[in-house]
Design a protein around this ligand. Structure first.
Ligand code: GDP
Ligand code: MG
Ligand code: ZN
Length: 308
């Protein structure tokens, strides 16, 4: 039998077969995957073959993992040298951000986008809670929308509270597998509850919001959308690690830099203080957003590398 993994709790998996029946599955033995060492061999979104363990039992054994189209991982929280696969076979990645309550920093958005670029996954940014935006928040939102749309990302303002723009978003999600992420408190659970039938994911009480993440669970879970498509929730997951990025590769994950790096005088240009740098010229000319360049610089600084 064949199915898709909807949930993983470490040693047990929920697998839905082609007829829609959900099975409790586990693995036997060790799976060797690609060339990565991961702390979890099977992730949400994986397509697997399985067989019934024993006829009388309701549990099944996963016998094969189909090749992944892609996967998103992060550094394992427990073993630093290992990767933890968050989800596999996703079509797009959606970030829920907010201008206020809480404010999502541009640095956080840019790290998210770099991760999407690394995995070749299209990204959508939604700014939620537009009902709370005052004039200056609205101006900030419009500015961000312009910055990110100009470099090829889909951006929209929504209010889950008032249902503003939700129909457009549903259209973007239809028939796709979408990974949802964002800071705690931005409205992820509210969002999923509004598009998944029978979802009863707990939302946070705004008065209890402390500015810190409150969830500790880190198990991703997939849900079926009532209008077709699937969504993967990543509760408690703050950020996907930018693991495996080389300093020289980083600018290739900024689309507006990527299109200029061939014009830099040096082919190993890091776009910091090299002469004849087309990226820095782009910033001076206003073609590259300064905040984006600052994000680039900050991420570059965070990548351990040769110093000269
Ligand atoms: N004003 C306003 N509050 C919202 C909106 N969407 C969600 N919230 C509130 O924000 C808080 C956090 O939402 P939640 O879905 O738990 O966020 P999560 O931590 O990302 O899952 C809850 O109190 C929600 O009711 C919105 O569009 N406008
Ligand atoms: Mg939540
Ligand atoms: Zn350069």
């Amino acid at each position: 039998m064949r199915g898709i993994v909807y949930k993983s709790t470490g040693s047990w998996y929920s697998v839905k077969d082609d007829s829609g029946k959900m099975w409790n599955a586990r693995i036997k033995g060790i799976f060797k995957l690609d060339n990565i060492t991961s702390s979890n061999p099977i992730a949400v979104g994986d397509v697997v073959d399985f067989e019934q363990e024993e006829l009388k039992e309701q549990t099944v054994i996963i016998t094969k993992i189909h090749d992944r189209k892609n996967y998103i991982n992060r550094q394992s929280p427990r073993v630093k040298s290992q990767q933890h696969i968050i989800a596999a076979n996703i079509d797009q990645s959606l970030l829920i951000a907010t201008i206020k309550e809480p404010r999502t920093s541009q640095g956080f958005i840019d790290r998210f986008l770099v991760t999407c670029e690394m995995y070749h996954v299209p990204a959508i940014i939604l700014f939620n809670k537009t009902d709370l935006y005052k004039e200056k928040d609205m101006a900030k939102f419009e500015m961000m929308k312009q910055v990110y749309e100009r470099i090829g990302y889909k951006v929209a303002g929504i209010s889950l509270k008032h249902g503003q723009n939700i129909d457009d978003i549903k259209e973007l999600l239809t028939q796709k597998i979408t990974l949802v992420s964002g800071h705690s408190g931005v409205g992820k659970s509210t969002f999923i509850n509004s598009i998944v039938p029978d979802a009863t994911i707990k939302t946070q009480n705004i008065s209890g919001w402390s500015g810190k993440g409150q969830h500790t669970t880190t198990f991703a879970e997939m849900y079926e959308l009532y209008f077709g498509g699937k969504i993967i929730d990543t509760p408690g997951m703050k950020e996907f690690g930018l693991t495996g990025v080389e300093r020289h590769e980083l600018s290739g994950y900024f689309p507006e830099m990527r299109e200029r790096i061939n014009d830099c005088q040096f082919n190993n240009c890091l776009h910091i203080n090299e002469p004849g740098c087309a990226v820095k010229q782009g910033v001076i000319d206003g073609k590259i957003d300064e905040e984006r360049y600052i994000s680039y610089y900050n991420i570059l600084e965070s990548i351990p590398g040769q110093t000269w």
